[in-house]
Design a protein around this ligand. Structure first.
Ligand SMILES: [Zn+2]
Length: 451
């Protein structure tokens, strides 16, 4: 029995790879591009039209429907020095997982529980403009042994998608006690079916038998999880991300509030709740995680050393000072909508100026200019910045070294302060215009009419 269960568990990662559902890395770029455009349009709209009047018939304050959420999907974790071909693609080294969690923390990306997302969609709770949800599928013991300690350390909430045939199955499966320990620490439970089969696959079942099968996989797993763990799962994750209309109806009928696929797309106010996307994180490929958080963290930045944290001793004063100084300062709030992005690289020995490049979030690669005398590398944006937050990343090499090094920082734009200033300025111009008009009218009442 155990052998069979293990075989199932091992197979499923490979099947997930063969799954006809598009995975994050094949599917994601198109929606990602679309999102960038939408963001820009949103910012424009915000700037040029006054905010809509509050809804009259809503008793409570309406939630911000522009929030977006990236849902990460993990499977297995390993401490092996090297993740080999022996491992499934969905196995991630625990240190890489830790680096991803660290990146979420360092970049102040809120990690929210699934229940907050559901409450938001019901209009009951606010969400930050961008947040992340962590989900982990199947129920491998490495979740308890390796991921759980990291998640506890960061105090990040997470949701486990369990399939009941695998739970408490011995071998590499988790026990009820282990799951309950995580539930006590705040983990939420979702259903991942009873038997982890492709729910579109009818086999030789009659229509009636297939409907009964779907009912057992959805309502049955919900009942079993309630019986065994005392918690009623609110959401469902399709095995292999695979579903059809009938499977979706079965999930709805079983009383779930939402169901998740493995399509790498962010979820928002408009997302169809029974086919919501998740970014499945693979151990060997950084792209799905990078895409999920691309609006906040530059690609390739997770786990890389950021030179901004390094210091050197000032030769004149003997005091410790930052190796690199940047402007706008890290985390600062600026009003200038065309700020100069500059980095002083005079502390970098053997800098190869030809290797320099600069990238700005939402803008892309830019033609920054290097001053060989001051060793300052700088760029002023051509268009005015519109988003509330930006990151800048500067990469370079030292002569004779192959390794690329990076400096990256973020800053915020004080859009609200800016709008207030603009409004004040406009108001005073209006007043000036009005008084000028009065004067004109008094002085030359007829000449204006004749023109
Ligand atoms: Zn699965």
């Amino acid at each position: 029995m155990i052998g069979v269960l293990l075989l199932n568990a091992c197979d499923q990662g490979r099947q997930e790879d063969r799954s006809p559902e598009p995975t994050a890395q094949t599917e994601a770029p198109a929606p990602e591009e679309a999102e960038v455009e939408v963001e820009a349009e949103d910012a424009l709209a915000e700037e040029e039209t006054p905010p809509p009047p509050p809804e009259v018939d809503t008793p409570e304050e309406a939630v911000d429907t522009s929030a977006r959420v990236a849902i990460l999907g993990y499977h297995r974790f390993s401490e092996s020095a090297k993740i080999s071909k022996r491992h499934l693609p969905t196995t991630i080294h625990v240190e890489k997982f830790r680096a991803q969690m660290q990146a979420l923390k360092d970049n102040e990306i809120p990690v929210i529980p699934m229940s907050d997302f559901l409450a938001w969609r019901r209009g009951e709770k606010h969400l930050p403009p961008f947040s992340v949800i962590i989900t982990i599928d199947d129920g491998y013991r490495s979740i308890y042994e390796q991921a759980f300690p990291v998640l506890k350390e960061f105090e990040f909430p997470f949701t486990l998608y369990l399939y009941t045939n695998y739970l408490e199955g011995g071998g590499k499966t988790m026990t009820h006690a282990e799951v309950l320990e995580m539930v006590a620490a705040g983990a939420e439970i979702g259903s991942h079916s009873v038997s982890h089969q492709d729910m579109r696959n009818r086999g030789r079942r009659s229509a009636e038998k297939h409907a009964a099968f779907l009912k057992e996989e959805t309502a049955g797993s919900r009942r079993i999880l309630k019986e065994r763990l005392g918690v009623e799962p609110a959401t469902f994750a399709y095995p292999y991300g695979a579903y059809d209309d009938e499977a979706m109806e079965a999930v709805k009928d079983a009383g779930y509030e939402a169901a998740f696929t493995i399509r790498g797309q962010k979820v928002d106010w408009e997302t169809a709740l029974f086919e919501a996307g998740r970014y499945i994180v693979h151990g060997g490929i950084d792209q799905p995680f990078d895409l999920a958080v691309s609006s906040k963290i530059p690609s390739g930045a997770v786990g890389a050393t950021n030179l901004l944290k390094e210091t050197i001793t000032d030769e004149a004063t003997g005091e410790e000072k930052p190796l690199i100084q940047v402007s706008p300062a890290y985390g600062s709030v600026v009003k200038d909508r065309r700020p100069e992005m500059r980095v002083d690289l005079s502390g970098i020995e053997g800098l190869d100026p030809d290797s320099l490049s600069m990238e700005i979030s939402g803008v892309g690669s830019v033609e920054a200019v290097f001053d060989p005398e001051t060793k300052v590398y700088a760029y002023r944006t051509q268009q005015r910045l519109r988003m509330p937050e930006y990151w800048v990343q500067v990469s370079f090499k030292r002569s004779g070294k192959r390794q690329q090094e990076t400096v990256r920082w973020k800053f915020q734009l004080d859009l609200v302060g800016l709008y207030l200033d603009l409004a004040k300025a406009e108001l005073s111009t209006q007043r000036a215009d009005e008084s000028n008009e009065d004067e004109d009218l008094v002085a030359q009442p007829s000449s204006q009419e004749s023109e």
